[in-house]
Design a protein around this ligand. Structure first.
Ligand SMILES: [Mn+2]
Length: 390
C-alpha cells in the first residue's frame, strides 16, 4: 500500500505578520496532485494542522476546503492527528461523521490505541500528549494504578503507550504509527544540528529505540526532514518555509510504500511559489544595481540584514522604504553594527550586570554606540530617583 506522509501545515502561519496562506495553498495543490499521481491509499498528516489552538476564520475556511478536496472530491482516506499547536478538543468536533467518510483525525490519547485497519496495514494515530494525559488515561484503565502514578516523563509514558498498542498488533499486517514529538536518533549521542535544536525548544525528547515495534513512523513536529532519526522513523518536514532558518531547505513530502516484507519511502520535493531569500550585506552593496539585479527582486520575499551598519551615516533615512522599493516584500530587516562583534556575547552575562550595566548594554546592542558621559549621568540620576521613591 502507498501513503503520502506530510506534517506541520500550520495553516494560518505568518512570517512577521506576512500571511503564508497563498504559499500554503500552493503547496497543498502539489500535495494533492502527488497523491493522485502516485495513486496513494491515504494521506497522513502528522500534526500541527493549524498554527494555533484557535485558528482564524480564514484558516478554518482554507483547511476545510483542503479536506474537502482530498477527502470528498478525490476520495483519499486521511490519517491525521493534532500537534502541540492545535487545539485538540476543538479539532475533535464531528469525529464520528468524519470517520464515517474515512477522514480519521485523532486528537486525544485514549483514541490512539485502536488502529485504523486497512487490508495490509494498521495505522495507529497518536496525537501530541503530555505525561499528565498518560497518568489520567492509565489510571482510568483501572489496572496498574500505582504504575500510572509513576509516569513522570514523556519517555515513560510513551513506553507504556506503545506496549499497549502492541496488544492490538495483527501479525499479518504492517504497523504504521503517526505521531508528533521530538525523537532523537540514539540514546548515547543526541546529535541534533543547531537548526533542529531550536525547533525542539527544550521539549523533552524521545528516542528512536522506543519505536522499534513499528514498520514505519510518520513523524511531525520538527520542520525539516534532516532531523529524522532513521529511515523508518522520519520527519516529512513542513511543506512551506516558515522562517529564515528554513530558507535554504528543500521542502517536500514522503511517499511511503509497504510491501510484504519491507517498507520504503521516497522524498518528493515541492516547488515554491514565492521564495524566501536571506541576504546579509553592507548598505552600499544592498542598494547597488550590480548587486540587486542578480536577486529575484519583486518575486521573492526578502529577509535582509544590513552588515557593518553605521547609524550615524544613514540617520534620517527610511531604510526599510528604500529597500522595499528595490526588492519588494521585506519580511525581516535586521542590523549588525560596525563596532559590535556579536549581540550574543554582549547579552550573555546579563545576570551579572546591575541596572545601569543592563541599560548601557542594551543601548550598545541597539544603536552600536556606547553611552556618552552625559547620558550615563542622566541614567544614574534617574535610577537614584526611582530608588528614592520606593
Ligand atoms: Mn510544527
Amino acid at each position: 500500500m502507498k501513503f503520502l506522509h506530510t506534517s506541520d501545515w500550520h495553516i494560518g502561519r505568518t512570517i512577521n505578520g506576512f500571511s503564508l496562506l497563498e504559499e500554503q495553498k500552493y503547496a497543498f495543490k502539489q500535495i494533492l496532485s502527488l497523491a493522485k499521481e502516485y495513486e496513494v491509499d491515504g494521506i497522513i498528516i502528522a500534526g500541527d494542522l493549524y498554527d494555533r489552538a484557535v485558528p482564524s476564520a480564514d484558516s478554518v475556511i482554507t483547511f476545510n476546503q483542503m479536506l474537502r478536496e482530498m477527502n470528498i472530491i478525490e476520495k483519499f482516506p486521511i490519517y491525521a492527528i493534532s500537534g502541540n499547536h492545535d487545539g485538540a478538543k476543538r479539532l475533535n468536533y464531528a469525529k464520528e461523521w468524519l470517520d464515517f467518510n474515512q477522514l480519521h483525525l485523532r486528537t486525544s490519547l485514549e483514541e490512539a490505541f485502536i488502529p485504523i485497519e486497512t487490508e495490509q496495514v494498521q495505522l495507529f494515530l497518536l496525537p501530541f500528549f503530555d505525561p499528565m494525559d498518560a497518568r489520567i488515561y492509565f489510571s482510568s484503565q483501572g489496572q496498574d494504578e500505582e504504575k500510572a502514578k509513576e509516569i513522570k516523563t514523556i519517555d515513560e509514558a510513551m513506553t507504556l503507550v506503545i506496549s499497549e498498542m502492541q496488544t492490538h498488533f495483527d501479525k499479518n499486517k504492517k504497523q504504521i504509527l503517526v505521531t508528533h514529538f521530538a525523537v532523537s536518533p540514539h540514546k548515547e549521542e543526541i546529535n541534533l544540528t543547531s537548526e533542529t535544536t531550536s525547533k525542539v525548544g527544550g521539549l523533552a525528547t524521545l528516542n528512536v529505540i522506543q519505536f522499534e515495534a513499528f514498520d514505519y513512523v510518520a513523524l511531525g513536529h520538527i520542520h525539516t526532514r534532516f532531523a529524522s532519526p532513521s529511515e523508518k522513523v522520519q520527519y516529512s518536514g513542513s511543506p512551506v518555509k516558515f522562517n529564515t532558518k528554513e530558507a535554504k531547505t528543500q521542502k517536500g513530502v514522503f511517499i511511503v510504500e509497504t510491501q510484504q516484507d519491507s517498507v520504503s519511502s521516497e522524498f518528493i520535493p515541492l516547488q515554491i511559489q514565492t521564495d524566501l531569500v536571506v541576504i546579509e550585506e553592507e548598505w552600499d552593496t544592498l542598494i547597488s544595481r550590480e548587486f540587486y539585479e542578480n536577486q529575484p527582486i519583486h518575486q521573492a520575499w526578502f529577509a535582509i540584514t544590513i552588515k557593518n551598519f553605521d547609524r550615524a551615516k544613514l540617520a534620517g533615512r527610511n531604510l526599510r522604504a528604500q529597500l522595499q522599493k528595490v526588492y519588494g516584500t521585506i519580511v525581516e530587516l535586521d542590523y549588525k553594527f560596525k563596532n559590535i562583534s556579536s549581540v550574543k556575547s554582549k547579552t550573555q552575562n546579563i545576570e551579572s550586570l546591575d541596572n545601569i550595566g543592563i541599560l548601557s548594554n542594551f543601548y550598545e546592542v541597539t544603536t552600536g554606540e556606547t553611552l556618552s558621559g552625559l547620558q550615563q549621568e542622566i541614567i544614574e540620576n534617574t535610577f537614584k530617583q526611582i530608588e528614592g521613591e520606593k
